[in-house]
Design a protein around this ligand. Sequence first.
Ligand code: MG
Length: 230
Amino acid sequence: MKANELRNGFESLKAVFFDMDGVLYDSMGNNAIAWNQAFASLGLDFPHEKVYLNEGRTGSSTVQMVFLEQLGREANPEELSEVYRRKSQYFEALPAARPFVGMVDFMRRLDQQGIAIWVVTGSAQELLLEGLCLDFPGLVEKNRIISAKDVKIGKPHPEPYLKALEKSGHRREEVVVIENAPLGVQSARAAGIRTIGFNTGILADGLLSQEGAEVVVKQMHQLEQVFFSN
Ligand code: MG
């Protein structure tokens, strides 16, 4: 579907549900490095491409997946929190990821049109979650964030987006999701919400379309074009 055809269906748009990493922040490079280092410190291998392919999972789901694949067993609760602690530590040692240039202005345009802004993320990293309200002042509010703490299963299960629908009170027809990750698109589509792929990483566009993204864009100005005619 072309961008302008998509825009035509937006008369009833009431809210945009944004994913965080790789959509609001240019943070996936750092995530790839941090996950890779955290697993490497335990002698486990988790290459960057796998970080991108599995993006959206909660931290514990990611750790369990790698443990099962490479050690043939589940991680115990101590191991789970230790890997995530190391991942957060490596992440925080890297230069802070910045919001994508133009994202604040894009959100402001949505806000001016009365479109509500929600964030739906699998992250549980405190610093990142706190930073959202500071980096997008007056646009992202704490009570409009669904994070790993609010869900049991997490993406690619529809739970996070269903939670956002429930908490926001919006009907799925009134919402559009912006996602950069295949599993994120899968989650949003499973919740029955129209989804735009914002492909800011190293994976092929086709992986997002394949999961049901209606349109896939790579640049901020293209994302704006999807929503605004000029
Ligand atoms: Mg993401």
